[in-house]
Design a protein around this ligand. Structure first.
Ligand code: BGC
Length: 505
């Protein structure tokens, strides 16, 4: 009996020993894998880094490129497009105006009534719809017929309160969030599509004419009287409420900025006959490029696989359409190089399956167990990962969004520098203490990335303070707006009706 007991005890000890050995080995293996992941994360952080010195070089590069784009057509990656807008709304406009806004993911139709005073601005109706994905690579006819039919439904719903009873056509501004070479306030040709649109036969077409044609075919009493980039609409709206607004930036599906420039600085424009002496310039900053941009292997892959490769490099680092896909690519690579995410999910290999709103939801998940992160990962085919892996995902979101926000801040500072409103003189000498020299400057900001993503906002504001210094940053007001691009385009149209200050160039 005693012998049996000894044998059993020995056997148990052997089993316990081997279990322990297996466990220790597993733990060592897990630790090694985790160390690999930590190494990958470190590499990631380094390649996405945007130290202040680098941001300042970018600010300089943006100001230089802006200058080059104003001197000659094609002189810079920044197109610096003329808009034929020299007079921004000021609150005295009157009448009823419409705007149709084709953005990156939504389109909106609005009607505004203006009573001659800021306080009497009435946004009477607004409709917002997602753009059906089938439209993105349809034909010009399908796209414009779709827009015209939406306008028709909007007008039919108006009933008798509309202005048609006054026997005048409805005046409509077309807010078109794509690069256009304008030939007047009301006409212009599409340069190229961005943000996933790919309707091939349209490049070179007059956009306002296309919409007018579709509207006429449906017999609608609408006159497409202005063609307006969304940034220009946002600037108009900002200026309507606050005359210190001199620039506008959109952080939405795509990204872009416009600002008010002195006409004598627009050298490529031979005869800018404006009475105000200035004109709004649509920068199309999404196409900005500089060797100082922190471009990573993820950006290179994303660009190579995009519909518009070698184009819109800056937009692909800061645009809402792309941030989610950068995060997805990082998670995918990590899951290929270690098994911390479990078996590689095929969903995770699908481009654009992770949207930026999910990135913000994960980034701002404040539940102790990171429930939101777990849910989103589950939808990506990554069902069960431990808390430390979920924390890693939050960190990835942070790295990608922080870079985007800091680059965005450098973009805004570049505009301020070009306008001499960044508090610097000459070769980087700062005069931020000389408050006399600093004017209040308002930058209107629109777009879901800014308004719905707190961490993006916070990082951008922080970077602006870092770049400009506290004193100057205090004079720079970033004003967030909702539907400003659409409403602003209608206001712009109204103001162009009150005073026509610009003729052909
Ligand atoms: C377009 C711009 C537009 C921006 C924001 C970019 O992709 O090129 O024209 O202003 O998106 O919507």
């Amino acid at each position: 009996m005693g012998r049996v007991l000894v044998i059993l005890t020995a056997a148990a000890a052997v089993v316990a020993c081997s279990v322990a050995t297996v466990m220790v080995r597993r733990r060592i293996k897990r630790r090694r894998k985790w160390r690999k992941v930590v190494g990958l994360l470190k590499e990631l952080e380094e390649s996405f880094e945007t130290p202040l010195g680098r941001l300042r070089q970018m600010v300089d590069a943006i100001a230089v490129e802006m200058q080059a784009g104003l001197v000659s057509e094609g002189g810079s990656k920044l197109k610096m497009l003329l808009t034929f807008v020299d007079d921004l709304p000021n609150g005295s406009e009157r009448g009823t105006y419409y705007a149709l806004h084709l953005g990156g993911s939504y389109f909106r139709i609005i009607r505004v009534h203006l009573g001659g005073q800021r306080s009497s601005l009435e946004v009477q109706d607004i409709e917002r719809h997602s753009i059906p994905t089938s439209l993105l690579n349809s034909t010009s006819e399908v796209l414009f017929d779709f827009l015209a039919s939406s306008l028709q439904r909007f007008i039919e719903k108006e009933g008798h309160e509309s202005i048609s009873s006054q026997d005048v056509k409805r005046e409509l501004a077309f807010t078109f969030s794509f690069p256009v070479k304008q030939t007047s306030l009301s006409s212009g040709v599409l340069i190229k599509w961005t943000k996933g649109f790919a309707i091939s036969e349209m490049a070179g077409e007059d956009i306002a004419e296309c919409l007018q044609g579709a509207v006429d075919r449906r017999g609608l009493d609408i006159h497409v009287a202005a063609l307006v980039n969304d940034t220009v609409g946002a600037l108009s709206y900002g200026h309507y409420h606050d005359p210190d607004t001199i620039a506008a930036v959109v952080f939405g599906t795509g990204s872009n900025a416009c600002y008010l420039e002195r006409t004598d600085a627009i050298i490529k424009c031979q005869n800018p006959r404006t009475t105000s002496g200035s004109m709004v310039v649509n920068m199309e900053w999404g196409n900005f490029w500089s060797s100082r941009l922190p471009r990573t292997s993820y950006d290179i892959e994303l660009d190579a696989e995009s519909l518009n490769s070698n184009d819109m490099g800056f937009e692909k680092m800061i645009g809402g359409m792309y941030l989610g896909d950068i995060v997805r690519r990082i998670i995918l690579r990590m899951s290929q190089e270690s098994d911390i995410f479990g078996p590689i999910s095929s969903i995770l290999s699908t481009p654009f399956v992770l949207r930026t709103n999910s990135v913000s939801a994960m980034h701002e998940d404040d539940t102790p167990e990171l429930h939101e992160v777990a849910t989103i990962l589950k939808h990506l085919g990554v069902p069960k990962v431990p808390l430390k892996v979920r924390k890693l995902v939050v960190k990835i979101c942070d790295v990608v969004t922080r870079r985007a926000a800091r680059l965005a801040a450098a973009g805004i500072s570049g505009i301020l520098k070009k306008l001499g409103r960044d508090g610097s003189v000459g070769e980087g000498r700062r005069r931020s203490s000389d408050k006399q020299m600093m004017r209040r400057t308002v930058v209107a900001v629109e777009g879901g990335l800014y308004s719905n993503y707190r961490m993006f906002r916070e990082y951008m504001d922080e970077a602006l303070r870092d770049i400009l210094g506290e004193d100057v940053a205090r004079q720079v007001v970033i004003k967030a707006m909702e539907d400003g691009s659409s409403i602003g385009s209608a206001l712009l149209l109204a103001s162009s009706h009150s005073v026509r200050t610009i003729s052909n160039i």
